[in-house]
Design a protein around this ligand. Sequence first.
Ligand code: HAM
Length: 415
Amino acid sequence: MNDILPGESSGWQFLDATLRDVVHAYGYQEIMLPLLEKTELFKRSIGEVTDIVEKEMYTFDDRNGDSLTLRPEGTASCVRACMQHGMLHNQVQRLWYTGPMFRHERPQKGRYRQFHQIGVEAFGMAGPDIDAEIIFMSARMWQRLGLKDAVLQINSLGTLAARADYREALVKYLREHESGLDEDSRRRLESNPLRILDSKNPDMQALIEAAPQLPDYLDAESRQHFSELCALLNAAGVAYEINPRLVRGLDYYTKTVFEWVTDQLGAQGTICAGGRYDGLVEYLGGRPTPAFGFAIGLERLLALLLAADTEIPSNQPHVYLVLNGQQAVQHGMVFAEELRTCLPDLRLQTNCGNGSFKSQFKRADKSGANIALVMGDDEAATGMVILKSLRQEIDQETLSQQHVAARVKEIIGLD
Ligand code: HAM
């Protein structure tokens, strides 16, 4: 679990602002969800025999003896909230959320125990058009952030019935080759055989390669859905790879699944993942409701931005106000407030706690400001201010206080 220090927070704010703009551009509304839910919700939604539920949840009993869990993801909470507030029946919803998620994984680069996601969920739309809209939205996010080399992988898992047929064929094949399976996979053979296809064990790759392929077992409806989605992606010029081994680590998916992957981040290269989960609402006790969504891992996305040397807008002050003398402090504090009123976008840091000129200039430099405004008791008495540029070749200027706003605006280029 990481602290995000002041030097890093501007990258987070930039990501947050850019991604918010994109989701709003598609008409999605924010839903703010609690960090804790009943443990049962995650067990049922994500699946009892997934890695998350088996080994990664932060679960504890509260004072009433109820088992609660820090959310490992947002989809289950979002579905729970929509059902609880009657938002699904005969309605469509386009929602997004952001915030920390918790998984007790083995930490490594790009994999943390507290990490952050922005997620999008759409309810009540069964066709491939909404799949495409949401994938377009993710593609637009990378475009807005200036990221070029993420690759889109898609697959279809079919309906639950088609998956059951495939599962039977897969288990039959794997049983015939049981001696080639590692311990983890043998354990999964009964409980979650599709996840065996996800195994990274190099000794099992040939065996997996030769296994029955999910696309051969797809039902006609899922096949049609998938080909219509591909046609929409083609028409919009969104490049993709079909990866028949993409199965995802959560149990709730049906039909379309997708991931955006990059080779820039080492082993943890998936920056965004999601898909369709038409059965989940009903499984949790609601009426049948089609649904589609994704979540982005923000730590990974930020690492990618930093690796690409993306210019991140700074939140450092534009101006540092140096105040020397008792009159200057009294007058300068009020002057600073007037300046902030006059220029609402100005970031102005006032020196507090006195100090010599030299030490105040050191603080001004450290603040990152472009300009120092200097007021001593003399300037306070005569209504003047000295303006010094800290980074550019501009001669020192002595201005009357009412002209400062216009000059500062000009130098730092505020709108
Ligand atoms: P997920 O694949 O478990 O899906 O997570 C989505 C993304 O969150 C991953 O691709 C990755 O970028 C990031 N992520 C996951 N675990 C970690 C971790 N330990 N450290 C850092 N980043 C991580 C879901 O969570 C689904 N709820 C997505 C979804 C929404 N499907 C439908 N709607």
